[in-house]
Design a protein around this ligand. Sequence first.
Ligand code: SAM
Length: 207
Amino acid sequence: MSRRTGSSQRWRARQERDIYVEQATRAGWRSRAVFKLEQIQAKERLLKPGSVCVDLGSAPGSWSQLAAKLVSPGGRGVAVDLLPMETIPGVEFLQADFTVPETVAKLKQMLGGRHADLVMSDMAPNISGNRVMDQPRTMALLTDALVFATEVLKPNGDFLVKAFQGEVIDVFTRELRRHFATVKTIKPKASRPESREIYLLARTYGM
Ligand code: SAM
């Protein structure tokens, strides 16, 4: 068995065992990732009817699906991903690389002069396994997302961003604290325990 076949079989077996995959499929969500946002939302009430939300790294689209439901009526979503994403009513999607300045300009245009209540990012850089290369890449992507958030958020807006446990977290958390009233680390139950993924929630921009 090739290594690749072995790891994709393990991935498939893990997916089949995963209750979140099963529940997501049954409920029509595009990814099990929806439960991470749902669990965060249950505690934090980030999305409300009328909210404007930007979803960075949105494909296949489960966060945007949930956001569209929660911000209705009166709210809207703007989403971006490198990969294509099927249409979601109430969400305007751009297929592009978020790290390119033209993409940021386009996203601002799509907001049409409105400021966002929430910027959320589930993006992750391509991890090579080499820390010397991975850490600056991770930090660069987090920083790009933060800079964007500070440019488009309303005063008092919120920023939710995926990060990975490691040295960059402390530095980045300190940076978040310069812009937001509170910053907390969240590991939703639906995030695989073996994964180093965590979410940083920075609330109340500009305070
Ligand atoms: N939250 C999504 C959902 O619920 O369906 C899942 C997001 S997935 C974990 C991460 C996404 O980030 C991938 O689709 C990937 O293409 C996207 N991504 C990573 N780097 C990106 C970049 N520079 N620009 C745009 N999208 C990016």
